[in-house]
Design a protein around this ligand. Sequence first.
Ligand SMILES: [Zn+2]
Ligand SMILES: [Zn+2]
Length: 364
Amino acid sequence: MRGALLREAPGRLVIEDLQQEGPRSGEVLVRMGAAGVCASDHHVMCGTAVLPMPCVLGHEGAGTVEAVGEGVTSVRPGDRCILSFVSACGHCARCRTGHPQLCDTNALTGARQYDGTTRLRDASGAEVLQMSKLGVFSESLVGPAQACFPIPDEVPFEAAALMGCSVATGFGTVANAPGVRPGMTVAVFGAGGVGLHAVQGARVLNASRIIAVDVSESKLEFAARFGATDRVDASVEDPVEAIRALTGGEGVEFAFDTFGSSATVQAAVDSLGKNGVAVIAGLAPLGDRAGIDLVDLVRKQKRVIGAYYGSASPHDTFRQVLDLYLRGALLVDEVVQRRYPLDEINEGFAALERGENGRGVIVF
Ligand SMILES: [Zn+2]
Ligand SMILES: [Zn+2]
């Protein structure tokens, strides 16, 4: 089995032959169909997010169950599945109170399986970890059965892969934000993979204004195809002033930061009107902090909240985005702009670094 490993950060991925143990109790073996090239993997490669190494990266993927371990009844060999990058233990305080995306045990065990061990070894016999217990940049993976969400045959693997991270995160962040309603005014910061689906979430919820903000004119044009009603190029104009001008001086009711940085968080909060809600979904570099105008926060009764993995159970969001996709209300195939074999995965990340539109996908 071949997988794309990160051995040092900052660094590039290396393709290596790995020894893979079969699924243990509660686990499955999945043959990968497609995997998305996501900024969260790139952060780890750059060292701005940290994972133990060596580690197979990749957390946005879909594939076919090939074998199941003892006690697995939720999926069977042959099932095609979206993979959730938080698989959820089912018994911790977070899982039991309806927030499986925040699973404590998952966070505690990290890139190891739930029993604390690994399923991969390199040629020297040393342990190899799997990002999010998955590591979808590999021909096959062994991971928790509860990561699997079965999908019908008509859903292509490329779209299913994206549903595992960028679609669920972008759509869920908007759909599950407190107080969203038809006719709301929205600004979305960042027109990357997550941002495009936040724009679509706002469109599906019938927002009256969907202002896309990015520093790339080409990404903004691309976002218009997915429902952005207005575009603000923050490389040539102040996004806060531009958003105010577009909303009659009011500011927006909701601002979603899908990029993740002190600058975009501050701009998102500053662009809100009274009672506005800023939802932060993008992961900023480790240790980053944002300055917030505290008088403005109180006097205008603004709210700033974080949103992880769409703020809901990933399986619940997968069901929603799948239904919307199948009836043509959510565009996912159109987001895929580039395809690579596993051997060319670093090309995929080079395109992401260049800021190319839409998503790159590894096809197995
Ligand atoms: Zn991702
Ligand atoms: Zn849990």
